[in-house]
Design a protein around this ligand. Structure first.
Ligand SMILES: Nc1nc2c(ncn2[C@@H]2O[C@H](COP(=O)(O)OP(=O)(O)OP(=O)(O)O)[C@@H](O)[C@H]2O)c(=O)[nH]1
Ligand SMILES: [Mg+2]
Length: 360
């Protein structure tokens, strides 16, 4: 899973990147590249399973974060995002927008005032306009095609895109559209920015942390929509805490009234928002967490591991994490019937421990 960090200049993107990854953005930027870091998803269940199986290797699910350079949105003197920049955003599975709430007069704001909601609207507007340009271009082409030869596929695509255009013209991001499975499939290839899950990270002043809920009120309505979420944190403080030894960090956190790390909270909300779940494969060689969308069928989940396992799928042996930890071994789960045999269309659930049987 790949998440792009975007935001207006000096909103705290690099600080957040460092807080999440423990790495500085400077070496990559010095080379003119976008810094990328792969971060492990913390999951106590994985630790638990590793303690039981004592495997040679333990592999957590991972999220790739990247901070994109070169934003000039909100600058009234310049045009909006470049095509190259938007193209990079389109490859992301989710977007993370950093919006500034900290007041620090030492850090100038391009718009001379601090307003998290306004900045979020500026970013969303850029995304809306980019999607709208794509939708309009495609509608023009499809109209011409349909006038010559009316194919069923083109007609359906045209009507779906017209639905999208109406939404975008009303300044409603496409993630709020209710689409049928067919419409969803027709749109997939466009990789619309406003259809992607969007997490807003409100970069708080240190003295706002205890009042996080209050600081998020202006975004509450926005964050209540589908595939949207808002999290408040101080990027600079989290970045400083990240550099402390673990025992000092805990004390520091409780002094500021911070309960969990920024990373844990961000990932938890990203998972919830994107409808992602984890299933596990276990054994003495490796215990591993895999990420799939909630409701993914067993064959497709198998394909995440290897296409051969998907193609040659026979059955899945499944036991839930909760049942497994009571027993502590697979043979016991087989005996008491908590280990089940499931077929191709079984919807995988969060925490399932799965052994795929396959033949190629
Ligand atoms: N007071 C305060 N300052 C912060 C916070 N987060 C970032 N800053 C400061 O804001 C400035 C910009 O932070 P960066 O993390 O570099 O922001 P950025 O969005 O990566 O900036 P550009 O990449 O230049 O657009 C730095 O001087 C940070 O120290 C915060 O939570 N509180
Ligand atoms: Mg930066």
């Amino acid at each position: 899973m790949k998440i792009c960090i975007v935001g207006l200049p000096q909103s705290g993107k690099s600080s957040l990147f460092s807080a999440l990854t423990g790495a500085s953005t400077e070496p990559a930027m010095a080379k003119g590249a976008d810094p990328i870091a792969v971060v492990k998803v913390p999951d106590p269940r994985l630790e638990n399973l590793a303690a039981i199986f004592e495997p040679k290797k333990k592999t957590a699910a991972a999220i790739e974060f990247t901070e994109l350079q070169g934003i000039s949105a909100g600058d009234p003197k310049r045009a909006s995002f470049s095509e190259q920049f938007l193209g990079k955003l389109r490859t992301a599975d989710a977007l993370l927008a950093v919006v500034r709430s900290f007041k620090d007069p030492a850090v100038p704001h391009t718009l001379d005032s601090v307003d998290a909601r306004r900045d979020l609207v500026i970013l969303e507007t850029e995304f809306l306009l980019s999607d709208l340009a794509i939708v309009e271009g495609r509608i023009d082409r499809l109209r011409k095609l349909v006038a010559v030869k009316k194919s069923d596929h083109d007609v359906r695509e045209l009507s779906t895109l017209e639905k999208c255009r109406a939404s975008l013209e009303a300044e409603t991001p496409l993630r709020r559209l209710d689409l049928s499975e067919d419409e969803e499939t027709l749109l997939r290839g466009f990789r619309f920015l406003t259809r992607k899950p969007l997490i807003a990270v409100v970069n708080l002043d240190e003295d706002e942390i205890r009042g996080e809920a209050e600081a998020l009120v202006p975004l509450a309505e926005w964050a209540a929509g589908p595939k949207a979420a808002a999290v408040g944190l101080s990027a600079r403080l989290e970045c400083e805490i990240r550099q402390l030894p673990e025992q000092d960090a805990a004390g520091f956190r409780s002094d500021f009234g911070i309960e969990t790390t920024a990373l844990d909270r961000l990932i938890a909300s990203a998972y919830r928002m994107m409808g992602l779940i984890s299933f596990f494969t276990v054994g003495s060689d490796e215990v591993k967490a895999w990420t799939v969308s909630d409701g993914t069928e067993a064959t497709r989940a198998a394909g995440v591991i290897h296409s051969d396992i998907e193609r040659g799928f026979i059955r899945a042996e499944v036991v839930s994490f909760e049942h497994f930890v009571v027993r502590g071994d697979i043979a016991g789960c087989r005996t008491d019937g908590t280990l089940r045999l499931e077929g191709k269309t079984y919807p995988v659930r969060d925490g399932d421990i799965i052994n795929f049987r396959f033949a190629v």
